[in-house]
Design a protein. Sequence first.
Length: 278
Amino acid sequence: MRTISSLSEVKKFRHNLSGTIGLVPTMGALHDGHLSLIKQSNQTCDHTIVSIFINPAQFSEHEDLSSYPKTLDADLELLKCIHVDAVFLPSNNTMYPKGYSTFVNESILSKVLEGASRPKFFKGVITIVVKLFNIINPSHSFFGEKDAQQLQIIKKIVSDLNYSIDIVSCPIIREKTGLAMSSRNTYLSAESRKSAKIIYNALKHGVSLLKGGDRNVKIIQQAITKKIKSEPSAIIDYVTISNKVSLEEITGDINCSVLISAAVYFDGVRLIDNISTA
């Protein structure tokens, strides 16, 4: 496994590879969710490159950039136990040198859900992903369904910008309680970690109502909200039922495949999760 920090070195390394190349972009603090993406890349592609870069462009001033988990030594040890051809570890100055002023955005899908709550987020995400695509030139790139909106946006920019990259979506990996795995779970107290399982339970409750014949979006939304609020420490940012493809929020009755999304705070930690219907 090679660890590479410079642009010139990673481009040279990539140039010398033949066959299909899988890119797994991460911000580090790796867990089983990340490892599932890498395993999928290994199964799909001839070579796998993992990037680790905590991207400052996707954080607003009041968010947790300075305290975001940094576990590089542990991350590299994990990656040694799973086949990875290279780990790209660029610095902030490598990705955003002095005078940097070019950003990439998407103007429709990025305005709702996470984009409404975190206005800078997707501009930063899209910019760094596009830069990584340009640097690594992968044949495939792997993203988790926990960030369902991000996944849809990445697919859209690949189509809109004519990239010849297959975007592979990978299932959400959950803890035994059902809590979706996230690097931010490390912020949670043991009590809050246990309480936070209510998010997934509430989302599943919404799907069961839908499968049982309830079609009114307000009724289902209220039922999910009520279940989450049964945990006194939960503070809801949003609970939204959207068209699975367009991400447009549904009003009235549901007559299409949906994405049910929630963002909820526990211990001041913002957790997101989702569930979709076929």
